[in-house]
Design a protein around this ligand. Sequence first.
Ligand code: LMR
Length: 425
Amino acid sequence: MTNSFFSSAPYIPPDAIFALTAKYLSDPSPNKVNLGQGTYRDNNGQPWVLPSVQKARQILDEKGLLHEYLPILGLKGLCDKTAELVFGDEYNQALASRLATSQAISGTGSLHLAGKILKSVSHSEALPKVYIPTPTWSNHHLVFSSLGFEVVPFTYYNAQSKSLGITTYLSTLRSAPQGSIIILHACAHNPTGLDPSIEQWKEIGAIIKERGLFALFDAAYLGFNSGDYNKDAWAIRYFVNELNLEVAVCLSFAKNMGLYGERVGVLLLATSAPEIATNAQSVLESLQRSEISNPPAFGAKIAETVLSDDELKKVWFEDLKTMSGRIQEMRRALFDGLNTYSTGTWNHLIEQSGMFGFLGLPRVAVRTLKDEYHIYMAENSRISIAGLNTGNVEYVARSIGEVLACEKQMFTTDTARILPRDTIH
Ligand code: LMR
């Protein structure tokens, strides 16, 4: 073997969802459909620049963009406006003084920064465990394990009933050691599209409080899930305002402002007292300095402009309705199509919400849909519903129906019975 400083580097397979996008892009088929990565598309299958964002860009252009560094913690205006947005009517001076905030590199960067500060302030010898629902967004494990945390997966989804496995969820929380970090999807759980009900959130919050656990909200879809920001931020507000819990909220403007490539995120830490917030914020500043020095400016200025201008903010709220409304229509259209073209039961699809549909298809069907029908979705049969439109939804429903019928037929023949059948995730 060649003598190299890197000779011990293992080969790590490419990230599945990015690899799927690359595969889709290189597929020459005119019928191809991308239901993989979660990116919003309009009814023509095109990326959509939100009217509110277009207007903000125009305002920034007119002002003249200088390409100066931002402060280490990013745009203060963006962080303040984000906090105001997240906490809504309940945001006041007392709460503001208990917050430590920093701009971060989208959702991933916010999670990473939250992990870094939790690691650096950990009291105990061993780091707290990080409890992550199964299934979850594919990057959660990597973000926290790469920081040295022990990651504990717990069952979130009941594959049998295709619903949220609340009993196991609650019993996991009850047995988690004090100080453990619990990853919560604030809304639009990725990939299952199944969120706890208000009553279930109350039970989750009560156990977190009683057992001294730390709630870390991944909040990548606020406003994008239901079209109503207040509704989507309910659990965060309840934990902070009603339960008085310290929490981390990791926000991304990738989905809800369509700022995918600009990497705009904010980390909010709700602490128990102003002096604690001041110190925590100084730690965030030092961690950020060592890692990225200061965050990117362009997307942050767009988001800040949208949030600071009441008129523009109204336009953005309409944009959120446009995106979530189209996704809801497509969810319904796929449901209707599947009922027409297949014999299966699809109620779970309309019980889910948000960007993703968790179909519950066997892996072999997912592969056939990709290889033979040019329909791309994550291996666990999560689909990004935004990839559907009035021009392809029938094709997708019919193709799924055909693949399932064919599979069923195969498994009723003697030879097929001895083939291993893929499990549903
Ligand atoms: C997704 O879940 O598809 C998106 O959040 C994109 C990503 O980075 O994984």
